[in-house]
Ligand binder design. Structure first.
Ligand code: KG4
Ligand code: ZN
Length: 329
């Protein structure tokens, strides 16, 4: 069993995983704390992580019905993310590992998102194509095995989740933007407002969302559209952009399986559109379970299972890093 800790952004998470089985997964969201600022305030996030990480770990062990003596290792997100927030998790993980005499496993947050597909109820076996859409990243990945990926395409500017968040702010819908836009879009007409489906460099697999946000601002200034129609059309444009790129990646790679992960993977409209795409192409589709789309520590433990364990004192040199090391290839 592995104890995992995740504090890269505004959720303080701890989990105990055993292979693909989740024994416990605690997610203490700070969203309410950041809402009034319209986004995550890094310093506030770090301080809150400091308060919550101990209780989250205790709760994870308790719910799993285990003690430190039952564990093989402590896994922790070392990056990418907010540096102060990451440092709280990494320092806590080192302390727990040292006190319990366990090795430490530094995990890349994006690797973690991919690994949310390695967990129950239906673990997905690599190789597969993976669409990772979160608040910080939008990537199309060729997942070769449990630890090796290559980046086929990525957003050249805003991430898909960031597009949702910025759009929600423009529409006055609050934070986090994805769920807010999804709710506001429910009664709207996705074809009512003309918005561009952005394609960065038509031939490749890269994406772009910043132009879409600008277009929304312009349409909003027109003053001619109902809020629900604006939200529905904006959501539809993001989804269309993701689905078009994913279709092309499937065609180019000949992949037979598609995995979808990250906060944006919780979007019902995106899940539906990818479902239709995969039914059309005869592709096996696996979206991460809703509880594992957003940030959580179970996925960090799942990634850790396949990585090298670092022993004392070597792990003391492990540092938090704001950018992804795994995805640099
Ligand atoms: O993976 P995640 O929890 O954190 C990062 O690693 O960034 O993703 C958070 C992002 C936010 O931008 C949030 O607005 C978006 O995921 N998100 C959604 C939905 N739920 C969360 N976007 C669209 N529809 C949703 N239902
Ligand atoms: Zn994330």
């Amino acid at each position: 069993m592995i104890l995992a800790i995740e504090t890269s952004c505004d959720e303080t998470c701890a989990a105990v995983v055993e292979g693909s089985h989740i024994r416990s997964s605690i997610v203490a969201s700070q969203a309410a704390l950041h809402r009034r600022y319209g986004g995550v305030v890094p310093e506030i996030a770090s301080r809150r992580h400091l308060e919550l990480v101990g209780p989250a770990v205790r709760e994870a062990l308790e719910q799993a019905g285990v003690t430190f003596a039952d564990l093989r290792a402590v896994a922790v997100t070392a990056g990418p993310g907010l540096i102060g927030a990451l440092l709280v998790g990494v320092s806590a993980a080192k302390a727990y590992a040292y006190a319990a005499g366990l090795p430490l496993i530094p995990v890349d947050h994006l690797h973690g998102h991919v690994a949310s597909l390695f967990l129950e109820p239906a673990p997905l076996q690599p190789p597969f194509l993976c669409l990772l859409a979160s608040g910080g990243h939008t990537l199309l990945l060729d997942v070769q095995d449990h630890v090796r990926f290559s980046v086929l395409g990525q957003s050249l500017d805003d991430a898909a989740g960031e597009a949702f968040d910025k759009g929600a702010r423009l529409l006055g819908l609050g934070y986090p933007g994805g769920p807010a836009i999804e709710r506001a879009a429910a009664g709207g007409d996705p074809t009512a407002v003309p918005l561009p489906v952005a394609m960065a460099g038509r031939d490749g697999l890269d994406l772009s969302f910043s132009g879409l946000k600008t277009a929304l601002r312009t349409r909003l200034a027109d003053g001619a559209y109902a809020p629900a129609d604006l939200a529905a059309s904006y959501q539809a444009a993001i989804v269309a952009s993701l689905v078009t790129r994913t279709r092309r990646a499937l065609e180019q790679t000949g992949a037979r399986r598609l995995g979808v992960v990250g906060g944006v993977a919780a979007n019902t409209s995106l899940r539906g559109a990818l479902d239709a795409l995969c039914a059309d192409c005869g592709i096996e589709l696996r979206c991460a379970p809703l509880a594992l789309c957003g940030d959580n520590a179970a996925m960090i433990g799942a990634a850790g299972e396949h990585l090298e364990f670092v022993e004392f004192p070597d792990y003391l040199a492990i540092d938090a890093h704001p950018r992804s090391a795994v995805m640099a290839n």
